[in-house]
Design a protein around this ligand. Structure first.
Ligand SMILES: NC(=O)c1ccc[n+]([C@@H]2O[C@H](COP(=O)([O-])OP(=O)(O)OC[C@H]3O[C@@H](n4cnc5c(N)ncnc54)[C@H](OP(=O)(O)O)[C@@H]3O)[C@@H](O)[C@H]2O)c1
Length: 301
């Protein structure tokens, strides 16, 4: 399959490129600043309509995974124009070109489209974002629905992985680093999500691509957890000192953007439809631990 992956240098995109190149897909890995390790790298700005169309003409992909976004929630709140350009106009450009070139589109969206008042959201629950990042991702979903012909909207939640991407570290690796240094960390007890291992998410997206599954899917970890509980599980699995994790209230954290209280996702539809199931937290963390051990053993040999 000829596949174009945007956000190919990111936490999810990098894993997806690795997986699909290993499966001998013809992979074009699109990025804006950090050159991806896997696939044929292509640099362009998704918010530049002409550049997007030019790439589609050149590559003529059969399928596209649109994972590029401005993902920093606080930056989206303070840089609204930039967030709109990348997350809304960028998605419009990708969706339009997919329609024109008859490419199947998988758009990666987020649990932050919900207000977090209810939790365990199903695909047909009404989105009502409470921050600008969530709003731009929801407008992105609407662009996909209005412009693309064959598409899947895959909503995920707190993605983490064993390898840092795009020069930034994810929550799980940040926490493990702090605990290894024996530093005390304050973690909020009053925010719930569905933490998702990027490898598990990439496997599920690969299946969506291969089976051309359409509509909205919640593709996330199968366990609803507070950030504090997630941190405790991480420490336990990696045999680090759980006493270093101290409970905090989100009121104590000076975030620019509001966070939903409980944006956990109900993954029943994915469990019933997809063979690569959303992993429960302990399965996912064991998998992550193995991945880290494998990477370390490769470094030693
Ligand atoms: N991370 C999470 O917790 C989470 C949760 C739910 C949903 N999601 C969604 O999942 C997707 C992937 O997230 P992620 O965490 O893997 O992202 P990430 O690590 O922050 O990477 C973002 C990617 O987008 C690219 N990008 C940014 N601006 C661009 C532009 N103007 N033109 C082209 N490419 C651009 C970046 O390229 P460069 O590196 O080259 O700048 C990078 O490859 C996003 O759509 C996000 O909204 C993420």
């Amino acid at each position: 399959m000829k596949l174009l992956i945007t956000g190919a240098s990111g936490l999810l995109g990098s894993k997806l490129c690795e997986l699909t190149t290993r499966k001998n897909y013809e992979v074009y890995s699109a990025y804006s600043q950090h050159k991806p390790l896997y696939g044929a790298p292509i640099q362009f700005d998704v918010s530049a309509k002409d550049a997007v169309e030019k790439i589609f003409k050149k590559v003529d992909p059969e399928a596209v995974v649109h994972a590029a976004a401005l993902t920093n929630v606080d930056e989206c709140e303070s840089e609204k124009e930039l967030a709109w350009k990348i997350n809304v106009e960028g998605t419009e450009n990708i969706a339009e070109s997919c329609e024109k070139h008859r490419a199947f589109l998988v758009y990666i969206s987020t649990d932050y489209v919900f207000d977090g008042e209810k939790g365990m959201y199903k695909e047909n629950d009404k989105p009502a974002p409470i921050n600008y990042y969530g709003l731009t991702k929801l407008r992105g979903e609407e662009s996909v629905e209005n412009l693309a012909e064959q598409y899947c909207i895959a909503r995920s939640s707190v993605v983490y992985g064993s390898v840092p991407a795009t020069g930034k570290i994810n929550f799980a690796l940040w926490l493990l680093d702090k605990l290894e240094r024996k530093e005390v960390v304050k973690i909020v007890t009053d925010q719930w999500n569905s933490p998702t291992l990027n490898t598990n998410l990439a496997d599920m997206i690969l299946e969506v691509l291969e089976r051309k599954l359409t509509g909205i899917f919640h593709l996330a970890g199968a366990t609803r957890l507070s950030r504090y509980e997630f941190a405790k599980f991480l420490a336990e699995i990696f045999r680090l000192d759980t006493n270093l994790i101290s409970p905090a209230s989100s009121k104590e954290i000076p975030w620019t953007a509001k966070r939903p209280r409980d944006s956990s996702l109900d993954v029943d539809r994915a469990c019933q439809t997809i063979r690569n199931k959303p992993l429960k937290i302990l399965e996912a963390l064991e998998k992550m631990k193995k991945e880290i051990e494998q990477t370390n053993s490769l470094r030693v040999t």
